[in-house]
Design a protein around this ligand. Sequence first.
Ligand SMILES: [Ca+2]
Length: 160
Amino acid sequence: MPDYSVYRAKPNPIGKDKSKNNPIAKQLLGEWVDVRNTSQGVLNFANVSLAHVEYGPGCSNPKTKIYWSGNASIQLKPGQVLRVHTGKSNDAAQMASEDSAGADHHAYAESGAFILNNDCPDRPSLWRSVNKEWQELDGAEYSAKPTEGKILTRSGNRLV
Ligand SMILES: [Ca+2]
C-alpha cells in the first residue's frame, strides 16, 4: 500500500445527482473521497492534490484532472482519514451525519457541481508536485453507474 491511500468514495449521493437541476449543498457534501494514511508517520498535504477522470462524449478521451489542491495545514497521523468533499466549506453545517462520520479531517473542493462520474467510470487519484513534475501517489477505479448512496471501499486497485 502506498502511504497516501485512496481508501473509500461516495461518488453518487442520494438525490438529484443525475438531473439538470442545481444540486443542493447537502448533496454536494455527500459526494466525497477518503484518503487514508497507511504509513507509520505523519503525512502532510502541502503538495498533494486529488484528481479524477474527465471524459468526452460517450466516455471517450479520458483525461486526469486535479480538482482539489492540497493544504499545508492538513496533517494525518497513522491510520487517520481525510475526507475531500465536492461541496463548499461554507455549507459544512448542512452535512449529513453519514458524511461527517468516519473521517478525522475534512477538506472541500468548493465546487457548485458534482465532480465524480456516475455514467462513466472514474478513478480518484492522488498526486504530488515535485520540482514541477506530477508524480502519482495512488489511485483506485470504480465502475460506471455506482449505486446511489453507496460508500465504495478499496479492494486491491479498485473501489467496489
Ligand atoms: Ca457523482
